[in-house]
Design a protein. Structure first.
Length: 142
């Protein structure tokens, strides 16, 4: 009888530790998604800077598109294109034709939105060259 009791205690302890581990892993998953998202944003901003710097050095015109993804050489792997409404998928990038914003849909459903800036007077934003930059708008909750 004592062995059954010890076995039950061991099972309960392992179960509790498993639940704690699962919660910790869920938190880490959110942090990993945020890190990947921030990496994509940084890559897009650097691509925009590269296009503007090339134009400043060698002349030419900037792309006419309001979709920042059309400006950069490397698209995020999860970019699904230009859409008229939000996709059902999570953890994807898309360009919203209606609002003319670049949107990332997080796993929890909230959306980070960005707009391409062409305003020469913008001087307080990060990664803005000659008025061109990727400006973050207010996030949309589920």
């Amino acid at each position: 009888m004592r062995r059954y009791f010890e076995f039950a205690v061991a099972v309960v302890l392992i179960s509790v530790l498993g639940l704690v581990l699962l919660r910790a892993l869920d938190g880490i998953r959110g942090q990993l998604e945020e890190a990947a998202f921030q990496g994509d944003v940084a890559a897009i901003r650097m691509g925009l800077i590269e296009v503007v710097a090339h134009r400043e050095a060698f002349g030419g015109v900037l792309p006419k598109s309001e979709n920042p993804i059309d400006w950069v050489a490397n698209r995020p792997a999860s970019y699904v294109g230009e859409l008229n409404r939000a996709p059902e998928q999570k953890t994807v990038w898309y360009f919203d034709r209606q609002t003319r914003t670049l949107v990332y849909v997080f796993r929890d459903g909230h959306r980070a939105r960005f707009r391409l800036s062409r305003d020469v007077n913008v001087d307080s934003q990060r990664a803005v060259v000659a008025g061109v930059g990727l400006l973050r708008l207010e996030d949309q909750q589920k």
